[in-house]
Every structure is written in C-alpha cells, then in structure tokens.
Design a protein around this ligand. Sequence first.
Ligand code: HEC
Length: 85
Amino acid sequence: MTGDAATGRQLTYTCQGCHGVEGYRNIYPHYHVPMIGGQSPEYLVNALHEYKRGTRRHPTMQAQAQSFTDQDIADIAAFLSELSK
Ligand code: HEC
C-alpha cells in the first residue's frame, strides 16, 4: 500500500503535541515519548498496526491507531518517514 505524504501531514496534526514531530523536538522532555519523525515507513506501519490490533499496549496510542484505516496508516508513515530528509 502506497502512502500519500500530503494526506499524512494532515493526519499527524494531533500527534505533534506529544511526539513533537515539527522540528523533531520533544516539547515534553519529562515524558518518554518516542521520536517518530524520520523512522522508516515499515517501522511506523508495524508499530501502528500493533497498537491497532492490541498486540502492543498503550491506551493513548491504541485509541489513535484504532481510529485509522490501513490507508491512513500508510499515509502517516509516508509523511513521518520523510521528515529526516
Ligand atoms: C497523548 C500523547 C500521544 C499522542 C497524541 C500520540 N502519541 Fe504516539 N506515542 C505516545 C507514547 C507515550 C508512546 C510510547 C508508548 C509505548 O511505550 O508503547 C507512543 C508511541 C508511538 C509509536 C511507536 C514508536 C516507537 O518507536 O515504538 C508510534 C509510531 C506513534 N506513537 C505514532 C503516533 C501517531 C502517528 C500519532 C498521531 C496520530 C500519535 N502517535 C499520537 C504518545 C502519544
């Protein structure tokens, strides 16, 4: 499934408060929130599917992932993985 980075940018708007995607900085340095910008698309797709299926447990991330279709996840991964370039 090919992701569309432009759509992914819109879908990740709500992620930035926690993940600090814009500019790669974690705006809450006292919380452990993994960096997601610049990861490989496969890594991001896998992580989001694991939350969606419930094989990886975290209430917030499961809620986020469950609201996405497979296409949404591909789009998100396409956008986030481009941030390192
Ligand atoms: C309320 C805060 C919050 C929001 C909003 C949030 N996340 Fe997360 N995210 C976290 C935390 C905390 C973790 C680490 C959870 C764990 O230990 O499994 C995480 C983990 C992840 C991971 C796994 C990273 C890794 O290296 O294993 C991905 C991918 C991810 N989030 C993507 C997103 C996306 C995409 C969005 C927006 C749609 C989003 N997150 C919104 C807090 C948040």
